[in-house]
Design a protein around this ligand. Structure first.
Ligand SMILES: Nc1ncnc2c1ncn2[C@@H]1O[C@H](COP(=O)(O)OP(=O)(O)OP(=O)(O)O)[C@@H](O)[C@H]1O
Ligand SMILES: [Zn+2]
Ligand SMILES: [Zn+2]
Length: 802
């Protein structure tokens, strides 16, 4: 078994296969599938994953593996298998699938160097560039006077070469410690022999005679107000040893969480959890859809099911949307399971994430709570996988590999024969339809645990407000209610639904809208720097004084940002203390938590924010929820916009009146008659499901059909259109007659970063060979992709239709 099959780190479809390498003698014993290795590949050295060991290869003259990067495999056999499946299912490259399963720091990063091979004199520019050095970092080329063609020519002549240096980014944190080098009684003897002048040294020896154990160097220095040279002297005499110890960066202080115990379940909860416990006990797989209204105690069900899994000696994965991975959520899991929980989310530094991942890898924890990619936690005895708020779009990854965490979770649930729980107050139509067909088991919680009614929802028609002369963003009803809450010392949450609603700049004279010169999208106004920014390519320019089209000075920004609302609010209700929570105020680590704490401590009357406040928040004193613009995303070119509106309104309404005080919700809208808004205001999920299903059936959208989206982009408009046309033409000849191919059409955002984007959408019911066929068609463009910078992306489960 001296041949390794390796997936190399070259993200190109022509390289998407294993390569054989021979395993040199010195690695034969330790090398296992799932380890990262360094291998020669063409002229360079790159990182790769060993996926298998075999006896022989059908190729001669195999190259040898250069190095091994891991002592234990980073990918378990199950994850290797999952990665292969994931890549094939999503039409992604194997390498990107494996990379997606691991923390960032394990991805090797490459440095390039130019190496001088020849002593013959080079061109003047190159001589100046090398300046008597043999190696020069490739990056230096950028600022050098050498042209790339010169470099290329020198490479062709064999005068210089490009070298790839592989450097793994692993950064373990090491801290210096000190410990005694001998038994206390020997130290005591040494102490007696020591000269009286070495006072500090004597004190320290005295300390170690008492405390015969290691201590962090810094703590020791502080304790004795001394410097490192004292310790060095003691080490030189052989009394003490200095050593380095690896420590974990724990982003959470586990002692700070108040411990909780299991609550007595309500009848509904007991009925819902029973079959789940049964499956855990029997080591049996099934998918459960837990449909429970907000505040019905879904989380308590998760916690008690996980307790069973822990008692059985197995492990649990809990996925929550990034946006709701709030300190409150973490507290609930750490509160129950303490340091047995690892947390993975994007606000952690790379180092912290790596440390949490290693606690999982070493089986030091049994529970992981994390965002999407936590579904790949390297556990080997999984007893349950939970996806909270299963309807959230953030479970779908929007770049390669374009996977949905739900699919990966179910696949792992099958592998480990354990239950998978999908929880939501507003399940996706796809999941609910599966539960109706008994593909998933349905568990229902209809009541809040405190038996309190859901808060009353009031719909305010903003057109009427306008007609009666109110031009502000706040209806009279909302304003009165806010004022009343402030008087009573209660609190309010205000949601600005920002999706599809940005602050664009328009000329009031001629209607000209400022767009990004590289992307077909309106620029967004940022007040702080008085700049216009593109949210797709980061292009920026100052806010113009005059319209670039007609020179009018009536150029103004439109739309509504949280900043503007905050200003308007303080004019309207000057006594209100407002906390604003959006991407701008929560970018810094810990700021999210700080804002929530301030609100919990009643340092503000109003929490104003975007979607991120709609999830998971639970404040006793919140009795009013206001939705400023309920319909702003109803008109997006997306067949799910009605569903998303329903979900958001239901979620945000669930924030009010969760405790003793009754709650109220005010929803402002320009389309009060829309069924998504109307049914959400009455909490009629089932009715909404039925009505929306009719629409989907009529227009043939999921769950009645499956979709696949192919997007093609190129700098040249004609190339983009023609390539898409070509793809569509070939697909028509290959697919079944009931399948439909829509397009080519320009993507909803037709140009991004100076590339024109075209797309085609496949709607199908049954295409068992679809992935192979699409692959076949796309591969015919490999040459164009490589030489001509054509880009083709395939999404087998599109959510973002932009
Ligand atoms: N059996 C129970 N007895 C008493 N209180 C309970 C019980 N189960 C849950 N609770 C409490 O009820 C409240 C709501 O529960 P929880 O947050 O778990 O609901 P949820 O369905 O997850 O809500 P959401 O979907 O809104 O996040 C919490 O304060 C929780 O501690
Ligand atoms: Zn103008
Ligand atoms: Zn742009």
């Amino acid at each position: 078994m001296n041949v390794a099959k390796v997936i190399v780190d070259v993200p190109a479809s022509s390289i998407n296969q294993t390569f054989d390498y021979s395993i040199p003698e010195r690695f034969r014993e330790m090398l296992k599938p799932g380890m990262r290795v360094i291998v020669p590949f063409g002229p360079r050295k790159i990182m790769g994953y060993v996926v298998d060991r075999v006896g022989e290869s059908s190729f001669n003259n195999l190259k040898e593996i250069n190095d091994i990067l891991d002592i234990t495999p980073v990918l378990t056999p199950e994850l290797l298998d999952l990665g292969k499946w994931l890549a094939e299912d999503t039409l992604s490259l194997y390498i990107t699938a494996f990379q997606a399963m691991l923390p960032q720091v394990l991805k090797a990063n490459y440095k390039k160097e130019l190496e001088r091979l020849s002593n013959d004199s080079l061109s003047e520019e190159l001589e100046a560039f090398f300046a008597d050095r043999d190696h020069v970092a490739y990056d230096e080329l950028e600022n050098a006077m050498v042209s790339f063609s010169q470099v290329q020519k020198a490479i062709q002549n064999g005068d210089i070469a490009v070298r790839y240096l592989v450097k793994s980014r692993v950064t373990k944190k090491h801290v210096a410690f000190v410990k005694p080098a001998m038994e206390p009684h020997l130290l005591a003897e040494a102490l007696e022999d020591m000269s009286g002048r070495a006072r500090k040294q004597k004190e320290i020896l005295d300390y170690f005679i008492d405390q015969n154990e290691e201590i962090e160097l810094n703590k020791l220095l502080k304790k004795f107000e001394t410097t490192r040279s004292t310790i060095n002297a003691l080490q030189a005499k052989g009394f003490l040893v200095l050593f380095k110890k690896e420590i974990y960066r724990n982003p959470y202080n586990d002692d700070a969480f108040e411990q909780t115990t299991a609550l007595e379940l309500t009848d509904e909860q007991r009925e819902a959890i029973e079959p789940i416990k049964q499956h855990i006990n029997d080591t049996e797989h099934d998918v459960f859809l837990l449909h429970g209204v907000t505040g019905s105690g879904k989380t308590e069900i998760y916690l008690q099911a996980i307790q069973d899994v822990i008692d059985k000696g197995e492990e649990a994965i809990v996925l929550v949307p990034e946006i709701s991975l709030t300190p409150q959520m973490v507290r609930r899991f750490k509160g129950r399971f303490g340091s047995n929980v690892a947390v993975l989310h994007s606000a952690l530094s790379y180092g912290e994430k790596y440390d949490e991942w290693r606690r999982i890898h070493r089986k030091e924890v049994q529970v992981v709570v994390g965002a999407r990619s936590a579904v790949f936690a390297p556990f080997e005895n999984i007893g349950i996988i939970i996806i909270d708020e299963e309807h959230e779009n953030s479970y779908k990854q929007e770049d390669q590999p374009r996977y949905h965490a739900r699919d990966a979770a179910i696949r792992r649930g099958e592998n480990h024969q354990c239950p998978v729980i999908l929880g939501s107050a507003t399940p996706t139509l796809e999941s609910y339809a599966r539960a109706q067909k008994d593909v998933y088991k349905l568990a229902v919680l209809t009541k809040r645990t405190n038996e309190k009614a859901m808060p009353e929802v009031d719909i305010v028609d903003m057109r009427e407000e306008l007609h009666s002369g109110n031009r502000t963003m706040f209806s009279r009803r909302l304003k009165e209610n806010i004022e009343q809450r402030i008087r009573r010392g209660e609190q309010a949450v205000l949601l600005l639904n920002r999706r599809g609603y940005s602050t664009f700049v328009m000329c009031r004279d001629c209607g000209h809208v400022k767009e990004c010169p590289h992307c077909d999208i309106a620029l967004t106004y940022h007040k702080r720097h008085n700049q216009l920014k593109c949210h797709y390519c980061s292009y920026e320019e100052p806010m113009p004084m005059y319209c670039p089209s007609c020179s009018s000075d009536l150029i103004r920004f439109f739309g509504t940002g949280t900043q503007r609302i905050e200003e308007a609010l303080s004019q309207l209700i000057p006594e209100a203390r407002v906390l604003r929570m959006d991407v701008d105020t929560t970018r810094r680590k810990g700021s999210h938590e700080k804002l929530l704490n301030q609100f919990a401590n009643k340092e503000a009357d109003i929490l104003l924010g975007t979607q991120m406040i709609a999830k998971g928040l639970d404040f006793e004193n919140v009795t009013l929820v206001g939705v400023l613009t309920a319909d702003s995303m109803l008109h997006l070119p997306d067949f799910r916009s009605g569903e998303k509106t329903f979900q958001l309104l239901t979620q945000v309404s669930g924030r009010a009146g969760r405790h003793e005080l009754p709650g109220e919700v005010i929803v402002q809208t320009y389309t009060p008659e829309h069924y998504s808004i109307e049914l959400a205001s009455r909490y009629e999920y089932l009715q909404f499901y039925k009505q929306e299903m009719q629409m989907r059936k009529k227009f043939q959208y999921p769950p009645f059909v499956f979709l696949a989206l192919i997007t093609v982009s190129h700098q040249n408009h004609v190339t983009a259109v023609q390539s898409t046309q070509e793809i569509v033409k070939r697909l028509w000849t290959l697919l079944q007659s009931e399948s439909v191919i829509l397009g080519p059409t320009p993507s909803p955002i037709a140009r991004v970063k100076d590339r024109y984007r075209y797309q085609c959408m496949i709607k199908y019911k049954h295409e068992p060979e679809l992935r192979t066929l699409i692959n076949q068609v796309v591969r015919q463009f490999d040459d164009e992709v490589r030489k001509n910078d054509l880009q083709i992306s395939v999404d087998m489960q599109p959510y973002q239709l932009m």
